[in-house]
Design a protein around this ligand. Structure first.
Ligand code: T3D
Length: 270
């Protein structure tokens, strides 16, 4: 299925998802959304998958919505953009955030519009040095979606977020790293090996605990300090009942490398 809109590959606990419409710079149509949703659902359900890499085929990560795929009503009325957002983009963003396993974006080239904000919603963003991030929306009269108006100010502060959104200027990966918008920019040829090493390291880590870290960090966006302290207490209680915590402490005491299974505590149904 080399011509499928999304390619998947599983190995040693890592699911690699490749957006695969290179001639359209991996822009999103409904079919690509559906394939991506199915791949992420597999990641949710399969306990053997413990980390995910999201990348793009060809010279782009993704150019966002496929603008040639817009359904214009026959009567000449404008398209209702809320439909794709409600049915596809918002569920996708919620899925990435809620997945109790780390998702790494390996941004191999331009990430524009929703493509940029999907990458930035991932837990760790690595980018090739030639990649760039473009909040392209304002060029066509739209505003950032796919969580952009929420994510950007939190990552880079309001001043930079507003300028990125209003000006739609490309932000090179190296500057994105300097601004704290992404984890690292690496030489282009090193991107996939670096993302793969990171993902394989994470796939051998205490997956249940990593899922709690992810959930706690997201909750901090809306909790006050007091509520977050309570959440940390409760989550730590859950982490402390996991087999990986027992193994981690045992391995430390025995001065050996821990062997984590990623499993939740027996009573935790997830
Ligand atoms: O609509 C809704 O449902 C609401 C949701 C909206 C979410 C969004 O993402 S809105 C924002 C949509 N994206 C954009 O506006 C970005 C459009 N693309 C660009 O600005 C540029 O292509 C890039 C800056 C990303 C890359 O520029 P460049 O010069 O490297 O490449 P190019 O020549 O512009 O594009 C190469 C080909 O890809 C070209 O096709 P061709 O001429 O070779 O047949 C181009 O048309 C195609 N392409 C690029 N982006 C898109 C696209 N085709 C459809 N949709 C695209 N978004």
């Amino acid at each position: 299925m080399a011509d499928a809109p999304v390619l998947t590959e599983v190995g040693e606990g890592v699911l690699t998802i490749t957006l695969n419409r290179p001639d359209k710079l991996n822009s999103f149509n409904v079919e690509m959304h559906e394939h991506l949703a199915a791949a992420l659902e597999k990641a949710e359900q399969d306990d053997a998958i413990r980390a995910v890499i999201l990348t793009g085929a060809g010279r782009a990560f993704s150019a966002g919505q496929d603008l040639s795929d817009r359904v214009t009503p026959k009567d000449g009325a404008p398209p209702d953009l809320t439909v794709t957002i409600e049915n596809y983009y918002n569920p996708l963003l919620r899925r990435i955030k809620a997945l109790p396993k780390p998702v790494i974006a390996a941004v191999n080239g331009v990430a524009a519009g929703a493509g940029a904000n999907i990458a930035l919603a991932c837990d760790i963003v690595l980018a090739g040095e030639s990649a760039k991030f473009i909040q392209a929306f304002s060029k066509i009269g739209l505003l950032p979606d796919s969580g952009g108006t929420w994510t950007l100010p939190r990552l880079v502060g309001m001043a930079r977020a507003k300028a990125l959104a209003l000006l739609a200027e490309p932000l090179p990966a190296v500057q994105a790293e300097e601004w704290g918008m992404i984890w690292k920019a690496v030489p282009d040829d090193d991107l996939i090996p670096a993302a793969s090493k990171l993902a394989h390291d994470l796939a051998r880590a205490p997956t249940y605990g990593l899922g709690l870290i992810k959930q706690a960090m997201e909750a901090a966006a809306t909790n006050d300090f007091d509520a977050q302290l309570d959440l940390e207490r409760d989550f730590q209680g859950r982490a402390g009942r996991s087999p990986d915590y027992a193994e981690g402490v045992r391995a430390f005491m025995e001065k050996r490398a821990a062997e984590f299974t990623g499993k939740p505590p027996a009573e935790d149904k997830r």
